[in-house]
Write a protein that binds this ligand. Structure first.
Ligand SMILES: [Fe+2]
Ligand SMILES: [Fe+2]
Length: 442
């Protein structure tokens, strides 16, 4: 597998080499080398990764030159430099996609994984919501379940089979919100779910499957975060801030708080246990924070959902070298920088002129403060931590504990709360209330 790397910075180079261990890289770091490359035709590259390090080369011209040479290649822009990173413009002008690392490490990793799979002709899978699968209906695609402990996708129902209600119930009993369909079969799944909506009589313009809702939510969150972090502070105006806040409101109304109050737990179960990247984390935490707020009657759901979307924005300001390092290897100084991310989130919000309620700012500032005082950045204690921050940090931890991750135990909802009880990180009365609203496992 030949991969072309043009002007990548050190962090991006290391990252992609780690993701593509079997690839043979041709690295281009100067203009003359790039010109020489365009003259040669020996190797046709299927994957071109471009960065911002060759200052004389404008990224758009770079993409266009490569596109002419390697018509069918995937051409991506990858950088750690936030300034001038305009995803939409890059994508419109020759790049298949543009990634800002380390914020988008996991998104890029998934895209590279797809590339390898395509190259090796092996399958990759996408999560689809179980709620979108009608029990006892015949499916034209294979359905698998993912076992995170041994990192395996196991066949659950084969194309042409009816997926019995009993089998679907069994998954729901294990609080699995999703099953997996091969990426190449996703169009079959979308056809199936569109027909199902028609059959259910729900096919008006706004109806969409939960899977589609999740996909659109993730795209919107990715757009939102990249717009916020890439707007240069000195270009931010009241108007640009207002526009971003209206995008946030849209996401919250349309995708997050779109369930009836008595359905909050069902909605939570649908969100459980999906892939873990920075954008699904933001959208999951937003969903959980909004839903816990509804279920517990604490704080305003829309404030909590907003705080959930924005809580880790400050990660964009933490140097890649720190984020790329194992936390156990951090120096005291590095740890302090990492632990300033809640404050960084709030400074990004202020600098971009996003006007949000004080409760949202406080929740974000305190989302790593802990009941026993062992949190950060301030080490606040007990009732000094505001109720919105308690709900937000519960949502944050809940997402971490219930998400399927390689080699890590995935907690069931009540199990996750019991686990938090043992840590002393939360007000015990508060967790008791949470346990009261989460139905016992059946
Ligand atoms: Fe955080
Ligand atoms: Fe977080």
């Amino acid at each position: 597998m030949d991969v072309l790397a043009v002007g990548l910075d050190a962090f991006c180079t290391e990252f992609v080499q780690k993701q593509l261990p079997e690839a043979k890289f041709l690295t281009v770091t100067t203009v003359p080398d790039f010109e020489k490359l365009l003259e040669g035709t020996e190797v046709s590259y299927g994957l071109c990764l471009c960065g911002s390090e060759i200052k004389e080369l404008n990224p758009i011209e770079l993409a266009q030159a490569l596109r002419t040479q390697y018509a069918n290649a995937q051409i991506h822009y990858i950088t750690v430099a936030r300034e001038g990173f305009d995803k939409k413009k890059l994508a419109k002008n020759g790049f298949n996609d543009a990634f800002l690392l380390p914020l988008e490490n996991s998104v890029l990793a998934r895209s590279l994984e797809d590339f390898i799979a395509q190259f090796k002709k092996i399958k990759t899978f996408r999560a689809v919501k179980i709620i979108d699968i009608q029990p006892d209906s015949e499916l034209s695609f294979d359905v698998r379940v993912y076992l995170p402990v041994n990192k395996k996708y196991v066949m659950f129902s084969t194309a042409g089979d009816k997926i019995e209600k009993e089998k679907v119930d069994r998954l729901q009993k294990h609080k699995m919100g999703s099953v997996y369909v091969a990426k190449d079969d996703m169009s079959k799944f979308y056809d199936y779910s569109a027909n199902r909506l028609i059959a259910l009589g729900n096919a008006d313009n706004n109806s969409m499957s939960e899977t589609e809702r999740r996909d659109r939510l993730q795209t919107s969150v990715r757009d939102l975060v990249s717009t916020v972090v890439n707007t240069a502070a000195d270009e931010a105006t009241i108007d640009s801030g207002r526009q971003i806040i209206s995008d946030v409101k849209n996401i919250v109304d349309k995708y997050i708080l779109n369930s009836k109050p008595n359905e909050w737990y069902a909605k939570m179960l649908q969100t459980l246990g999906e892939a873990n990247d920075s954008y699904s984390h933001a959208s999951n935490v937003s969903t959980y924070a909004g839903l816990f707020s509804i279920g517990l009657g604490l704080g305003k759901p829309e404030d909590l959902a907003t705080a959930g979307l924005l809580h880790d924005l400050g990660m964009a300001d933490i140097p890649p070298a720190i984020l790329g390092k194992d936390p156990s290897q951090w120096t005291e100084e590095e740890k302090k920088i990492y632990q300033s991310h809640p404050e960084m989130s709030v400074s990004i919000i202020k600098a971009r002129k996003l006007i949000v309620p004080q409760q949202v700012t406080n929740a974000i500032l305190q989302h790593h403060e802990r009941w026993d005082g062992r949190g950060y950045p301030k080490g606040m204690h007990e009732i000094k931590i505001c109720k919105e921050a308690m709900v937000l940090s519960l949502a944050d931890q809940f997402d971490y504990l219930t998400t399927a991750q390689e080699g890590k135990k995935r907690f069931q909802p009540r199990e996750a709360i019991h686990h938090l009880q043992e840590t002393g990180a939360f007000n015990p009365d508060f967790l008791q209330k949470v346990l009261k609203i989460i139905p016992a496992e059946t």
